[in-house]
Design a binder for this molecule. Structure first.
Ligand code: OAD
Ligand code: ZN
Length: 255
């Protein structure tokens, strides 16, 4: 990657987007940061700052202490419920209106892309707002509407109404496989994309982080949007070095 000014980088990114037949976007926690949802690899504030997400987001942690893990997700759900899409989400939704074949692959478990108006989002890591049986008793996933259950919150997660096992959030934990259909769609998209925008991800969690590599091997131009460097930066052809809530609206302006 040649060093270039932000203005030049934006112009070059816009030229590639204009020429593209298929645009893919891979997003991570950074795109929701300006909506007030903390990223994973920054210290959390307050109550939960002493817990490492990577230590809590596993099945082993849930088996060991279901209440601790459930309560941590309830805390994160609270933050997600309050969050509104920021100008970065809105710009991506607008970009899809202009280029209807554009698809977003997200690692995020919030629904801020959908709230901003993006459609057919490929969700690799699940949905934090939903809950499912930890034993998959009626098939995988056995989704349960928690608002219909009364239970003793001090004792931990609500019980599955079918089998009594503890419910858990409908997210992918470390060591678990990704939803098959979503992952295959992401792989196909990465293979056919002419341009991949990689927004707000550290690029360290596989297999999501494999997508930009796959796209690059198949000839795509990689445009990274991130205020810092990531594992993707070395691969990127263009780096829009700034927060996505600023850089994506600026990109739309020059398109
Ligand atoms: P990380 O927390 O690892 O990385 C967030 C990235 O966002 C970093 O590269 C930051 O530099 C960047 N960033 C910060 N502020 C930003 C802003 N305003 N605009 C754009 N970028 C910004 O989050 P992810 O890469 O999403 O997995 O993490 C990947 C996965 O690890 C998550 O999906 C989650 C986690 O464990 C599961 O839940 C399975
Ligand atoms: Zn069950």
């Amino acid at each position: 990657m040649q060093p270039m000014t932000t203005e030049t980088a934006l112009q070059q990114a816009a030229a590639h987007i204009r020429a593209a037949k298929q645009i893919a976007v891979l997003t991570g926690a950074g795109v929701s940061k300006e909506s007030g949802v903390p990223t994973f690899r920054n210290a959390l504030d307050g109550l939960w700052s002493r817990y490492d997400p990577q230590q809590l987001a596993t099945e082993a942690a849930f088996m060991r202490d279901p209440k601790l893990v459930w309560d941590w997700y309830e805390y994160r759900r609270g933050m997600v419920r309050q969050a509104q899409p920021n100008p970065g989400h809105v710009a991506l939704a607008e970009l899809q209106r202009r280029y209807p074949t554009l698809r977003i692959i997200t690692q995020n478990v919030d629904d801020l892309h959908e709230q901003a108006g993006s459609t057919d989002v490929i969700r690799l890591h699940g949905n934090i707002a939903a809950s499912k049986c930890s034993r998959h008793c009626q098939g995988s996933p056995t989704l349960v509407d928690v608002s219909q259950i009364t239970w003793e919150h001090e004792k931990g997660p609500p019980p599955c109404p079918h089998c009594g096992s503890p419910l858990r959030p409908d997210v992918v934990w470390f060591g678990e496989v990704l939803p098959h259909e979503q992952l295959s769609r992401a792989v196909i998209l990465a293979q056919i994309a002419d341009v991949m925008l990689v927004v707000g991800t550290s690029g360290v969690v596989m297999p999501a982080a494999e997508m930009p590599h796959l796209a690059k091997r198949n000839g795509a131009v990689i445009i990274e949007v991130n205020p810092g460097t990531s594992e993707i930066t070395a691969l990127a052809d263009i780096w829009l070095n700034g927060p996505s809530g600023e850089m994506l609206p600026r990109l739309l302006e020059v398109l």
